[in-house]
Every structure is written in structure tokens, then in C-alpha cells.
Write a protein that binds this ligand. Sequence first.
Ligand SMILES: [Zn+2]
Length: 194
Amino acid sequence: MPDATFACPDLTTFCRLDELGLQVVGQRLEPDRAVLACRIAEADQWCRRCGCEGTARDSVLRRLAHEPLGWRPTTLEVTIRRYRCADCGHVWRQDTSRAAEPRARTSRRGLRWALEGIVCQHLTVARVAEGLGVSWNTANDAVLAEGRRVLIDDAQRFDGVKVLGVDEHVVRHEALLFRMEVKDLHGLVVVAAR
Ligand SMILES: [Zn+2]
């Protein structure tokens, strides 16, 4: 290492997978995409029903689209352990809620990348879908759901705000949706009053 300000190279922290409770255990680089094999950092062996210790019996694989590192679609292949309680027979999987919403096909970092891409970088949904390596519909549904979760569902989001405006150059996609609703396809700026 050149000096003390550098740490050892570490794919887990570089890809911000520690924030998702994951550890990278392998990589596969293909010409047009990267696949990172991950495991869940925390064991999850205590029975949710009776509190006894379970034993790992097998594992399942969950694929998640992640943010495209270096603009290359990056997929996470997460191995999830399944446990069986020795006492009551209950079966459960390791908790993956830090990595993704239940049943989601995109990681939380992937969703954040997509939402920031649309709202802050003016990317199109088609470009976001290409970055995530998913279909247009999957990307669109994911962005709308994440936008609703982090923006609209936040009851305090207008605290301290006096004037609301939607400028299509700033939030093109949302402005388009709003304009579709009010059937104003020509106005460059929509002012939203609540
Ligand atoms: Zn149990």
C-alpha cells in the first residue's frame, strides 16, 4: 500500500454492498455485463417462531440488478441460506431486506441509481433499463415504486417549502406523467399546486 490513507482493495465496500448487508465472494466479468456472487453477511440461524437455533439445510439463489458499475450492467447473485428449526420444525430464509424490497428484482442501490438517473441526471427510462440490464417495463415500475417510497410517501417532504413547481427540464419523467394526467402536452413548465 502506498501510504496509510489507502485501505486494501475490497470489492464489497467498493460496490457499496456492505450497505446492503452483502459480501462479494466471486466475480464473473463478461464483455457486456458483470456478475457478482454474494452471500449475506449476517447469519440468521435463530428461529423466528420459538427462538431455538436452526440448522442450515440448503440454499436458494436470488438475482438482483445492481447499479451499473462503470456503466456495465451489474447483476448480484445472492446465495440465501434456508434454515430449519431443530425444535419446532419451522423453515425460514436468511433475511435479505437490507439488500432489496421483498420480491424485488433490483437491489436498493440499483433503485437509488435509477431514481437519481431519472430525476437528477435526466436519463431516459430506456437508458436506465439498459444500465440495470432489465426491460423497460421493469425499470419503469421500479423507478415509480421507488419514487413513491422515498419521495411521495414522505409526509414531511414539503416542510419549509413555500412554492412548488415542476420544470420539465429538471424532472422530465414526472412532469410528463403529470402532464399526461392533466392533458397538457405542450406546456414547458407545470406548476403543481396542492
Ligand atoms: Zn423453532
